[in-house]
Design a protein around this ligand. Structure first.
Ligand code: FEO
Length: 164
């Protein structure tokens, strides 16, 4: 059985993951609006992935005999200043998610909840990967300085995500 405190913290994370999904969908819409369909497709795949993260928490809470409680998802921004700014925002968001996951590990440790701590290890690793991926794309964007050719090439490259 899971403690009330741990249950609440994990439920809050379901909401955060759903917000992440919403945020990336908003970014997908933004990239479509500035004619970068590859960036948009990449963000759509990312949004789906965030939904699977939310469901992992959902299933885990139930497996541990807890109760899933869903709250309203906050409204994501709708526009960003540029293609680079939006990806920088995605990277900043992933860093904030990493901090939240680490806080969850702290709660699990304080509650001596080894099962939850072990479950969270997957997310600790996932965050390393998510940050590295976003960081690599942000670096490319910053290097290109938003040259039209560079953007189109990167757009073509990002379109391949999820296509295989
Ligand atoms: Fe669910 Fe992008 O972390």
């Amino acid at each position: 059985m899971i403690s009330k405190k741990m249950e609440e913290a994990l439920n809050a994370q379901i909401n955060e993951e759903m917000f992440s999904s919403y945020l990336y969908l908003a970014m997908a819409a933004y990239y479509t609006s500035i004619d970068l369909p590859g960036f948009s497709a990449w963000m759509r795949v990312q949004a789906k992935e965030e939904e699977t993260h939310a469901l992992k928490f959902f299933d885990f809470i139930e497996e541990r005999g807890g109760r899933v409680v869903l709250e309203a998802i906050r409204i994501p921004p709708r526009d960003w200043a540029s293609a680079t700014h939006a990806f920088e925002a995605a990277l900043a968001h992933e860093r904030s998610v990493t901090a939240r996951i680490h806080k969850l590990v702290d709660v699990a440790r304080a509650e001596t909840d080894y099962a939850t701590e072990f479950f969270l290890h997957w997310f600790v690793n996932e965050q390393v990967e998510e940050e590295a991926t976003a960081e690599a794309i942000v670096k490319r964007l910053q290097m290109m300085g938003e040259s039209k050719n560079g953007l189109l090439m990167l757009d073509h490259h990002l379109a391949k995500r999820g296509a295989d």
